[in-house]
Write a protein that binds this ligand. Structure first.
Ligand code: HEC
Length: 100
């Protein structure tokens, strides 16, 4: 019984660690943004430049899109993007994007 509990605890810890690592990787998360925003956040043909945004401004924008309380004429595009992101994802992305 004790052994089973240890195995369970270990596999739970591994699962949590894997989830945390995935959620915390801003670079990986950004892969699906790069098509519109560019790998370095300078592409503006179909979107707005992300380069130059502070982590704070980025977070406010993403939380705003999520809550449907922020945006310009094309905000529907971003509301869809933001809806899929957890607060941890947004935090990781903010750290990544603010270094462009
Ligand atoms: C299909 C194209 C597309 C994708 C994919 C996309 N965006 Fe956007 N993004 C846009 C458009 C268009 C706007 C301008 C929307 C508006 O009018 O408010 C925008 C605006 C933004 C803004 C606001 C910038 C500002 O200065 O107000 C942020 C922040 C942002 N996107 C982050 C992201 C992140 C992070 C991802 C990936 C999770 C992402 N976007 C994926 C098209 C896209």
């Amino acid at each position: 019984m004790k052994k089973l509990a240890i195995v369970l605890a270990l596999s739970l810890a591994t699962a949590f660690a894997a989830t945390a690592a995935m959620a915390a990787d801003g670079k990986t998360l950004y892969a699906k943004c790069a098509g519109c925003h560019g790998a370095d956040g300078t592409k503006t043909a179909q979107s707005k430049a992300l380069k130059g945004l502070s982590a704070d401004a980025f977070t406010k924008a993403m939380e705003g899109y999520k809550a449907k309380k922020f945006g310009g004429p094309k905000k529907a595009v971003m509301e869809g993007q933001a809806a899929a992101l957890s607060p941890e994802d947004i935090k990781a992305l903010a750290a990544y994007v603010s270094k462009f």
